[in-house]
Each structure stands twice: as structure tokens, then as C-alpha cells.
Design a protein around this ligand. Structure first.
Ligand SMILES: *[C@@H]1O[C@H](CO)[C@@H](O)[C@H](O)[C@H]1NC(C)=O
Ligand SMILES: *[C@@H]1O[C@H](CO)[C@@H](O)[C@H](O)[C@H]1NC(C)=O
Ligand SMILES: *[C@@H]1O[C@H](CO)[C@@H](O)[C@H](O)[C@H]1NC(C)=O
Ligand SMILES: *[C@@H]1O[C@H](CO)[C@@H](O)[C@H](O)[C@H]1NC(C)=O
Ligand SMILES: *[C@@H]1O[C@H](CO)[C@@H](O)[C@H](O)[C@H]1NC(C)=O
Ligand SMILES: *[C@@H]1O[C@H](CO)[C@@H](O)[C@H](O)[C@H]1NC(C)=O
Ligand SMILES: CC(=O)N[C@H]1CO[C@H](CO)[C@@H](O)[C@@H]1O
Length: 664
């Protein structure tokens, strides 16, 4: 796996402005890192992987192709054109622990000695020059901590297109199209190598970005296809390469292979010969890449023998793979599923069986081999060894909960560092898809929405008050509300937030939850209470009535936070302006008003003035004619809200990324 470099350009940097020299190079590993300029923490390892950062906190690293590349033609004319370029690379982000940071970027920059900041800046820019058009920086970033909170999930990773700024112009959660319409979500930082393709056409001025897990191959439809004229952004000569940084949270960022070409399609990488990053101690690298070569087989007999030996060892390997050793204590807890069953149920955790990725891990659809029952299997790639036992004790406990508005936990299985949780399958998926991707699954009527909200309230009341101990959910949001056959709302993921706490690094204070739903007091106390669930439920009420996410980045000033906007409508006496336009006129006015007002009351910043879930249900049922009281509390809290500095986005971002974004 020697780096093969093809450099068909001989005469460099000709003064001619209309001719450009084409560049074409391929690194299948970086064993002989010729023509690469490394900076910061970047290193090449002896096996040929390029390491941009290790998991030291707050470092930056970059690697650029050492020669400048002509990017503009006709620079003397009024309308310079950008040349077309294409690049393919394979990267791997390895995180020890729960959450890593911050990601890496493919960068086109005027210098190969970038001095950008750590954390969110990915080593590209810093707080003083971020957003300045004199930067001449174009980048495609792969973030493990999303900056645009419209997806609002701190567990999600995203791809973004950056122009002179690390606030992306376009960004989207990491995913790929399995076919022309089906999108599959995946996460960076889970240790699997990821392949990325970036293509820019200088004539049509279209940028395409495509990513997929290494094993998938190139999806036919790009994830991002964005019209953008790079000619004002780029200079005539630019450097291309990678930049990466860590923050309070850190990961090791690796590039395994890279090809680049101007005016043509970049060469494919020799995937089977790329070097692998060192695996962290826990991950057993199941020789994903060591192909078995059968060469020079001369007779049929040998061939058969080899086939036989192969099938026997395959069989043994399969068997070993599915075998499990139980620790004594595991037998103490009921509802344990054999790993083999879950493996079979999900067809070996096959990608096609993926239902999605939730906050805590990937969720697969499965059919239990013994009973034929359909289930959802959540695979939590866990963090630390300690705490697992206590967690299972809790899981066993959660498994005893029964309520028609909770997604029933049926059992669990522990496999090395992985925890598998088995839930009943919710055929209609999650509420957020109905609210925000209605074109795919049909519009939810007001009656359906109201019923779902009531159901969720009952589920939450059960957790808070009706079960044997108080369970604070801590991650109420539309994507955690699942819909059963009858379109009843059911809460998922209850009790799981504790897993995060257990595994967390003692030096970081992690606020568990999702951006936009996190109650402000959590930033100070960090102590989750039933009232912080009420806050998030309030946001959910608004979200469902307005059909809008809690944070909308491209909204006009003052409308960034859904709740500020609804409040403003309320103050103007036009609360119904906030109603989801997709509903048209078909809703019950009194109910919608109640839901919106109740949403505001529940999401007040002072926890003490929020109602309890029991009161919420009384309001929703109209048992209590509390409309006037609601208005009263609301107005009172309003003046408090205004005085409270806790309500702007920057502080909310801080809440959830407290330790995530580090020194900015
Ligand atoms: C990580 O990288 C930093 C900066 O390059 C270096 O000083 C440190 O020794 C490295 N740490 C480990 C554990 O390799
Ligand atoms: C930001 O980067 C610019 C350009 O590299 C540099 O001149 C400036 O000093 C940096 N500012 C800070 C605050 O680091
Ligand atoms: C952008 O950068 C240039 C050069 O560094 C500087 O003169 C200018 O003031 C900056 N503009 C802003 C808005 O910061
Ligand atoms: C990218 O976003 C910046 C700031 O949001 C904006 O000034 C710029 O025009 C955008 N560029 C393109 C090409 O859309
Ligand atoms: C895409 O795949 C999904 C599920 O795998 C399937 O339901 C759908 O029909 C496919 N669409 C096309 C256009 O092939
Ligand atoms: C970008 O993607 C679109 C849509 O798939 C395709 O038509 C176009 O040819 C692609 N452009 C480049 C430069 O790859
Ligand atoms: C453009 C450039 O720097 N090319 C160099 C790439 O590396 C080879 C081998 O080290 C040099 O001979 C080239 O000059």
C-alpha cells in the first residue's frame, strides 16, 4: 500500500491565465507522505494512516497537498471561472467514550499553514476572522457535534458546506440515499470508516457532496447538491487538504486514503488496501479488510478442499461470533434475550434493517425467531464497563413498567461493550416524521395531534407520579414520541438518560437532552427534575401545534426560538398566527389555543411556576376551566422571562454544549 502519486504537471504556475495545469493524485494510504504538508497535531503513522488529531483536548491538525493548485481561469476578466474539481477520501473518527469532537473538514484555502482555532473552528478559522470574506476559505465539514441546531440533537453528526465561515450555508445530518428516495441515517464517530465524494462543476456551478459508510459504496444520489459560485470565494491559486480539531470533547481523526483531480473525476481508492487506524482497546476489529486470497489453485480437488475448509471455519467463526459468556449477575435479571436470537432477528444487524438512529444508538427492526414477533432492537454501543451492571438493574426495573402510552421495553442483552434493548415495534414510526416530512407519510389532522399530545401527557404522568419511583424522562421530543397502530402517542427512551450519566467522563458536566428542549435551569443545576420534563413537554406542545421545530435557524430575528415566536404572537393577540399552516382551517380553535397557551406556560423559564403533569392533563381534558389562571401565570412569568438572560439561543447552545464546545 505504497502511496501512489501521479503528478502529470510538469511546468508549474505558468503565467498564462487561461490555461490551467491539471492535477491528479491518489494516496492509497500515506506511507510515503510525499507532497503533503502537515501542521499542528497531524502525523502519519507507520502503517500509512494520516492522523489529523489524537484525542488530546483542544488541538488542531491539518494536512495539505504541498503545491498550490490553480482554481480560477480568466482571472483578468470581469468574470473569472472556477475550474471543476473532484475528490474522494476515506476518513475515520474514533472516539473513546460517549461523545467525541469536533470533526474534520475538506478545505480549499489560500495557505497551507492555517492557524484556525480548536473546537467548532475545526482549525480552519478563528473567532476574529470567522465569516469575513477576506478569508477565501471553502470547506466541507463533517461535524460530530452539530452546530446548526435545526436538527437539534446533540447526538447527531452532520455534513455542512462552509464559505469563509464555520457556520455552514447548508448542513444536513449525516446520511445517504439507499435508493433515489430512501435516506439512511448514520453517525460519524462510531469508528466505522466513512467514504466521501465532493464534486464541483465550475460550469454549472453545482457542488455535490456524498458520504456513505465504507461498506456501502457510492450512493447514486448525492446527499447535498447545492448551487454555489465559488469564483468570488477562491483565489487563483489555492491549497487543498484537510483540517480537524478537538475541544473539551475529543476524538482521533484519521484520513485513510485520498484522491483529487481537477477537470475530471477523481480516481477511485483501492479500498481493500487502505491502512486502518489503530482500534481503541475495546473494539475487536473483526478483520474487516483482510480479504482471503485464493490463488494458483490447480485442481478441482484442491478447490473443493479449500471450499470445505472455508465453510467449516466460517461455520465455526459464526458460532464463535454468536457464542456468549455470561457474567454471574446477568442471570439474576429476567427478560434477558440470547444474543443469537437478536442477531438472527435483525439479520445480523444488517443495514437494510435499520429503522434509524436515536439518541442512544442505532435501532434495527427485527423478527424474533422463536415467536415471529416484530420488535425494535436498540443497539447502544456503550462507553465504559463500569455502570453496566447498575444500568441493567435499572433496565430490568424499567421493563416492569406498563402503560399504554409508553413503548414497552421487552428485554435486554449485553454483548461485550454493547447493550441491546428490545422494544415492541411501533409500526407508524415517530411523530417528527409526520410533522416535518408530512409529504412522505401524510398529514396529521388536528384531532390526531391532540390525541397524541394527551397520550404523551398520560405516559409522562405515569413516569412522574404513578409508578413506584419517580422517573424523569430527560429527553422528551417529537422524535421520541412513537406512534402505534391506532396513532396513539407513546414515549420511547425513558430512563435511558441515566446511561449517559454513568458513562460520562468525570471531568465534563454533560447536560443530557436535546437542544431546544433543555430547560434553562439545567445549565445551572444540571439536576434533572420532573419540571424540566414539563418544560420539554411544553416545547413539544408548541411544536405539534405549529408544525415547526423548536429552533429554526433561518428564521427572521425574534423567531429563532419557536417559543419566543409563539409568545410574540400571543402578545399581539394573534396567537393563532402560529398554527401549522398545513392544517389550513381544519382545527378546533379552542383546543389549539389551549395547546399553544399551555405550551407557553409549561416552557416558562422559572421551574416553580410550571404546572405538574397532573395539572397539564386537567387542562387538556378541560376538567379545569383554568384558562384565566393560565393567562395570569403566563403574564407574570413573561415579565420574569424578559428579565432572565437565559432565553437567547447562545445561552441555550451553551447549556447543551456546556463542555462540548469548549473555549470559544
Ligand atoms: C497527541 O498529540 C499531541 C500533539 O501532537 C502530542 O503532544 C501528544 O503526545 C499526543 N498524545 C498521544 C497520547 O499520542
Ligand atoms: C485569527 O486568525 C488570523 C489569521 O490566521 C490571525 O491573524 C489572528 O491573529 C487570529 N486571531 C486570533 C484571536 O487567534
Ligand atoms: C475582514 O478582514 C479584513 C482583513 O483581515 C479586515 O480589514 C476587516 O476589518 C475584516 N472585516 C470584518 C467585518 O471583520
Ligand atoms: C453563505 O452564507 C453566508 C452567510 O450566511 C452568506 O453571506 C453567503 O452569501 C452565502 N453564500 C452562498 C454562496 O450562498
Ligand atoms: C427505496 O427503498 C425502499 C425500502 O428499501 C422501498 O420501499 C422503496 O420503494 C424504494 N424506492 C425506489 C424508488 O426504489
Ligand atoms: C451532481 O448531482 C446531480 C444530481 O444527481 C447530477 O445531475 C450532477 O451531474 C452532479 N454533478 C457533479 C459535478 O457530479
Ligand atoms: C509538485 C511537487 O511538489 N511534486 C513533488 C512530489 O514528490 C515527488 C517525489 O518526492 C517530487 O519529485 C515532486 O517534485
Amino acid at each position: 500500500m505504497v502511496a501512489s502519486i501521479v503528478l502529470p504537471f510538469l511546468v508549474l504556475l505558468l503565467a498564462s491565465s487561461s490555461l490551467s495545469v491539471n492535477i491528479d493524485f491518489t494516496y492509497n494510504g500515506f506511507k510515503s507522505a510525499t507532497n503533503l504538508s502537515l501542521g499542528g497535531s497531524a502525523r502519519t503513522a507507520s502503517n500509512g494512516v494520516l492522523q489529523l488529531t489524537n484525542d488530546t483536548h483542544k488541538v488542531t491538525g491539518h494536512a495539505f497537498f504541498s503545491s498550490p493548485i490553480q482554481m480560477l481561469l480568466n482571472t483578468r476578466s470581469m468574470t473569472p471561472t472556477t475550474i471543476s474539481f473532484s475528490t474522494i477520501f476515506v476518513f475515520d473518527i474514533i472516539t473513546v467514550g460517549n461523545l467525541g469532537g469536533h470533526g474534520l473538514a475538506f478545505a480549499v484555502a489560500p495557505t497551507k499553514t492555517l492557524r484556525g482555532g480548536c473546537c467548532n473552528y475545526l482549525g480552519l478559522l478563528n473567532s476574529s476572522n470567522n465569516g469575513n470574506s477576506s478569508n477565501h476559505v471553502f470547506a466541507v465539514e463533517f461535524d460530530t457535534i452539530p452546530k446548526s441546531s435545526s436538527f437539534a440533537d446533540i447526538h447527531e453528526s452532520e455534513v455542512g458546506v462552509d464559505i469563509n465561515s464555520v457556520v455552514p450555508n447548508v448542513s444536513i445530518p449525516t446520511s445517504y440515499y439507499a435508493n433515489s428516495s430512501k435516506m439512511v441515517n448514520f453517525k460519524l464517530g462510531s469508528g466505522q470508516p466513512i467514504q466521501a465524494w465532493i464534486d464541483y462543476d465550475g460550469v454549472s456551478k453545482i457542488l455535490n457532496v456524498t458520504i456513505a459508510p465504507f461498506s456501502v459504496g457510492k450512493p447514486s444520489r448525492p446527499l447535498i447538491s447545492h448551487a454555489i459560485d465559488l469564483s468570488p470565494v477562491l483565489k487563483k491559486y489555492m491549497y487543498v487538504g484537510f483540517s480537524s480539531s478537538t475541544g473539551e470533547l475529543s476524538s482521533s481523526h484519521y484520513i485513510l486514503g485520498w484522491s483529487f483531480r481537477t477537470n475530471g473525476v477523481a480516481s477511485s481508492l483501492d479500498l481493500s488496501h487502505l491502512p486502518l487506524p489503530p482500534q481503541p482497546a475495546k473494539a475487536s476489529s473483526t478483520s474487516k479488510f483482510s480479504g482471503i486470497k485464493i490463488g494458483g489453485v490447480s485442481s478441482l480437488a484442491t478447490l473443493l478442499l479449500v471450499a470445505l475448509a472455508f465453510s467449516v471455519s466460517w461455520h465455526l467463526w459464526q458460532k464463535a461470533k454468536l457464542a456468549e459468556t455470561l457474567e454471574d449477575w446477568e442471570l439474576d435479571y429476567p427478560q434477558r434475550f440470547p444474543y443469537k436470537d437478536l442477531y438472527k432477528a435483525t439479520k445480523g444487524f444488517k443495514e437494510t434493517e435499520l429503522l434509524g438512529s436515536g439518541g442512544f444508538g442505532l435501532v434495527y427492526k427485527g423478527t424474533l425467531p422463536r415467536t415471529g414477533e416484530e420488535v425494535a432492537v436498540k443497539k447502544i454501543s456503550s462507553n465504559s464497563r463500569q455502570g453496566v451492571r447498575e444500568f441493567i438493574a435499572e433496565v430490568a426495573c424499567l421493563g416492569r413498567m406498563r402503560h399504554r402510552n409508553l413503548v414497552q421495553l421487552q428485554g435486554w442483552c449485553k454483548r461485550n461493550e454493547d447493550l441491546l434493548l428490545v422494544y415492541e415495534l411501533m409500526p407508524n414510526g415517530s411523530l417528527d416524521t409526520f410533522l416535518f416530512e408530512g409529504e412522505k407519510c401524510g398529514l396529521l389532522s388536528w384531532d390526531q395531534r391532540f390525541k397524541i399530545l394527551k397520550g404523551v401527557a398520560l405516559g409522562l404522568l405515569y413516569l412522574h407520579e404513578e409508578w413506584e419511583q419517580v422517573v424523569v424522562h430527560r429527553d422528551i421530543k417529537s422524535s421520541n414520541v412513537l406512534l402505534d397502530d391506532d396513532m396513539n402517542g407513546r414515549l420511547g427512551d425513558f430512563g435511558l438518560a441515566r446511561l449517559y450519566e454513568r458513562g460520562k467522563n468525570p471531568h465534563t458536566t454533560l447536560v443530557v437532552g436535546t437542544l431546544g428542549y433543555i430547560a434553562p435551569e439545567l445549565s445551572c443545576t444540571g439536576k434533572p427534575m420532573a419540571s424540566s420534563d414539563v418544560f420539554a413537554y411544553g416545547i413539544l406542545l408548541l411544536e405539534v401545534a405549529c408544525g415547526r421545530r423548536p429552533i429554526k435557524h433561518d428564521a427572521p430575528t425574534g423567531q429563532l426560538l419557536l417559543k419566543d415566536w409563539v409568545r410574540e404572537c400571543k402578545m399581539r393577540g394573534q396567537i393563532l398566527e402560529a398554527v401549522d399552516p398545513k392544517l389550513g382551517e381544519s382545527y378546533v380553535r379552542e383546543e389549539v389555543e389551549l395547546v399553544l397557551k399551555l405550551g407557553l406556560v409549561c416552557s416558562q423559564s422559572i421551574p416553580e411556576v410550571r404546572p405538574t403533569m397532573r395539572q397539564v392533563i386537567q387542562y387538556l381534558n378541560g376538567d379545569d376551566s383554568l384558562a384565566d389562571e393560565v393567562a395570569l401565570v403566563f403574564l407574570e412569568a413573561d415579565s420574569l422571562d424578559l428579565a432572565s438572560p437565559n432565553l437567547n439561543l447562545s445561552s441555550i447552545t451553551m447549556v447543551s454544549s456546556n463542555s462540548l464546545s469548549g473555549g470559544r
